[in-house]
Design a protein around this ligand. Structure first.
Ligand code: SIN
Length: 553
């Protein structure tokens, strides 16, 4: 096999306009907006660049909620244990400690900024349970519209700040770097009709990636259309290290709408199981009973694997979620899911729900330290695009909004201590190209088939064989949103496939048919980096192990 490679730089017109800010943030979900608010507290000027409209990222779609030890009977310690157990040996224990101990106050600050969580009759925050948690610790809003409420509160908080400029309908292209390689801004393409139209550049000595997920790499995902891995692809082209990219979480209960479904699929929140729903076979028998002590609320990878095993052995396209026990509470507790099921002709009070696993979350991403700093000076990452080390091999349910909040705040602390130096950027000489968007379906199909839930050396190599010629598909292809996106999808897919090929074991959400066990020599992170020609190289990072892990378990 030749070394997998990605396009080293996107082909695009020279910038036709320039703007300046202290900090440019790419993405407007919970992580991006929180980072913006924090940077403003230090008096910095902020520009937020977002691909669609401000609330159109993954945050808005988050249903279940946000996890934190908010109950007096709960503790950050208990949350820490559940997180590292779900992460299957690859969580960074210090990063998790930060997440769980700073999380509760970060949520209180979110509430102070206007987010309204559901409360009990006593006025306390109502808490529910999801997979892998041994306690009720998931705060939710609007029943099952937690992300939408958090997004609303943060959008309101930034809207009236004249120190924050928002550029919508703007696809980020590449990082601008100075002679030392440090970040000095980004190039971007704006689909507008105003002054800032077409390709331009935002010059800023601090660049924060908060671009969210990679769902469109696969044929079916719960992620919105905009989730094309733009942040990871940009970081790779800029020479940044990415890590844990092989760990892709497949959500066990995504509504099955038919064999040819493509793109964003309706999620049935794990909180539905938290309120008593159970997974059953065609014959009505429980799937998860006897498989794990937490049964239907086992960590997500355990449930997804049990479902996939059943689907493969019984040759059925889906299993069933029996949520009839929720009864008349359905429209009140889960109004958005109830509505989405109604659109598919399903009344969950009386009927079973057909579900199957689909791509949901990327646990890996651009490697950062505990303050969101990547390996490229001046380039930060937070939220799903980042690999802080908190998720390890499998993210614990509802830790993602929390991670976005906590680590965005920590980037704010770095910026408060001093902005990186502003220096002129230098033109990059790397070959620039774009790839043919006609190949998008082929790429998604190859990734789903070869690097999806179940993988083997053979299946991954098959996928890499499809990806390799796609890298050469630039001929007279027009540079435009679709071809830039496909070039990004190709970069992410290639890195993901290489990471999955490298990790010869089964751990967390990485399931290798040919290496069905976890192996102690793989208690390390797979890190990838692209050279100036886009050729990917592999290195390994030691993962600090939790002392007395057996006692934790
Ligand atoms: C869900 O509501 O099931 C998704 C929550 C998550 O991904 O953390």
């Amino acid at each position: 096999m030749t070394s997998p490679r990605i396009v080293p730089r996107l082909r695009a017109a020279e910038p036709g306009w320039f703007a300046r800010a202290d900090v440019v943030i790419i993405g407007s979900g919970v992580a991006g907006l929180t980072a913006a608010i924090q940077a403003r507290q230090s008096g910095l000027s902020v520009m937020i660049v977002t691909k669609s409209v401000v609330n159109d990222g993954s945050t808005r779609w988050a249903q279940g909620g946000i996890a934190a030890a908010l109950d007096p009977d709960d503790s950050p310690d208990a949350h820490w244990k559940d997180t590292v157990v779900a992460g299957a040996g690859l969580c960074d224990p210090d990063a998790v400690r930060i997440l769980v101990s700073e999380g509760p106050d970060a949520i209180r600050r979110l509430i102070a900024r206007g987010a309204r969580f559901d409360t009990t009759d006593d006025g306390e925050i109502a808490l529910t349970r999801e997979g892998g948690h041994h306690r009720d610790r998931i705060a939710h809003a609007g029943g099952d519209a937690t992300g939408a409420e958090i997004s609303r509160a943060l959008v309101d908080a930034v809207a009236n700040d004249s120190g924050i400029e928002l550029i919508e309908h703007a696809l980020v292209l590449d990082l601008l770097q100075d002679a030392t390689g440090a970040a000095q801004g980004v190039t971007l393409h704006v689909m507008g009709e105003g002054q800032r139209d077409g390709v331009g550049a935002v010059l800023a000595p601090a660049v924060i990636l908060a671009t969210g997920g990679i769902g469109q790499v696969f044929s079916q995902s719960t992620n919105p259309r905009v989730a094309t891995g733009d942040g990871i692809a940009l970081a790779l082209r800029a020479g940044a290290v990415v890590a844990d990219v092989e760990f892709v979480q497949f959500h066990p209960t995504v509504l099955y709408v038919g064999p040819n479904a493509e793109g964003q699929q309706p999620l049935i929140s794990e909180a539905v199981r938290g309120e008593g729903a159970v997974l059953v076979h065609d014959d009505g028998n429980r799937i998860m009973q006897g498989v794990h002590p937490l049964a239907d609320l086992a960590p997500r990878d355990v449930v997804a694997k049990a479902i996939m095993r059943h689907m493969m052995t019984s040759k059925v396209p889906h299993v069933w979620l029996d949520a009839r026990a929720i009864g008349d509470e359905w429209p009140v507790r889960f109004p958005s899911i109830f509505e989405s099921l109604a659109q598919h002709g399903i009344d969950p009070r009386t009927a079973l729900i057909p579900v199957a696993p689909a791509q949901h979350y990327h646990s890996g991403g651009v490697r950062t330290d505990l303050y969101g700093r990547t390996s490229v000076p001046g380039l930060f990452a937070c939220g799903e695009v980042a690999c802080t080390g908190v998720h390890g091999a499998n993210r614990l349910a509802s830790n993602s909004l929390l991670e976005g909040l906590v680590f965005a705040e920590r980037i704010g602390a770095v910026l408060a201590a001093g902005l990186p130096e502003r220096r002129p950027f230098v033109a990059r000489t790397a070959t620039s190209r774009v790839l043919d968007d006609e190949l998008r379906l082929m790429l998604q199909y190859a990734m789903t088939e070869g690097v999806g839930v179940l993988r083997s050396r053979e299946s991954i190599l098959r996928t890499l064989k499809v990806l390799e010629p796609i890298a050469d598909s630039d001929l007279d292809i027009t540079a435009c949103t679709e071809t830039w996106e496909l070039t990004n999808l190709h970069a992410v897919s290639t890195a993901l496939a290489l990471g999955a090929l490298t990790r010869e074991e089964t751990r967390g959400s990485h399931w290798r048919e040919d290496f069905p066990e976890s192996r102690s020599e793989w208690l390390k992170r797979v890190c990838l980096r692209a050279d100036r020609d886009g050729v990917l190289s592999i290195s390994f990072e030691t993962v600090p192990q939790v002392p007395n892990m057996k006692e934790v378990l």
